[in-house]
Structure formats: C-alpha cells, structure tokens
Design a protein around this ligand. Sequence first.
Ligand code: CO
Length: 153
Amino acid sequence: MSSGGADPGMILRSVDHIGIAVPDLRAAIEFYTSVLGLRLVRREDNSDHQVSEAMLAPADPGAAAIIQLVAPLNQQSPLSRFLDRTGPGVQHVAFRVSDVEHAAAEYRRRGLRLLYDSPKPGTRGSRINFVHPKDTGGVLLELVEAAEEPTQG
Ligand code: CO
C-alpha cells in the first residue's frame, strides 16, 4: 500500500501529543525535564481554554508524539474541574488531522459529539476541537489541524 493512497475514510493521521493535566506547570516541567529527561520545546498560555501549557519532546527526533503538560490558569478553567474530579494524569490524546472542520463534521455524522461548534485556537497556531469522552469510551480525543506556517512568538 503506497502512502499516497490513504483511505479517505481515515481521518486521524498520526498521534500529535498526549495531554497530561498538572496542577503546577513549573514543577511538572522540572520533573519531566530533570527527572524523566524530556526536552522542553515550547511554553504558551492559551486564554481560550484558560490553560498554561508546555510541549516536551523525547530524544528521537523522528518520534511523532510529544507530551503536552497543561495546567489551569485560574479556578474557572475547565481543567481546574478536571483536576478536582480526577486528579493529575493523562487528560487527553491528540491526533493530527488534515482538516479539523471536515473531521468534526464526519464524526458528527458518525454520531459523536464534539465539544465545540467550530474549531478553537490550539498550540502553535493550530486549530482544534475535541470529541466528547462520553462518546469514545472515556478518552477525551483532541483533533489538531496544524498551522500552515509557524506563527511568531
Ligand atoms: Co492538547
């Protein structure tokens, strides 16, 4: 099977990152870099989701997936409620898609609920949406359409 002949029914291209909820981003970055030995790639605050996040990469530059640490920016953040309810740990799995609107529409057609009516801004200028964990057997599934070109900052 050639890579050019991808099944059009296949929406998820690759694992983009694993999202891990943490109460204290600075302490978590310290643990993930100094103890686990991952490399900090990027930090940014996302006011749309009221979270502060850090992307960390493993040694192999070919590794597709990276770790995203997410901490609530305030008590009103949905992530704050997640931490209260569930505690720190794996919070979502993110898949890369070519077109987040198409992926969302297709999943709606297949009977799944999306968290947002239209895509929201994600890390590094990406556009994202989430499939509701109640429709995936408990996994909050993020759909990531990467930005065409790297954004500034
Ligand atoms: Co994410």
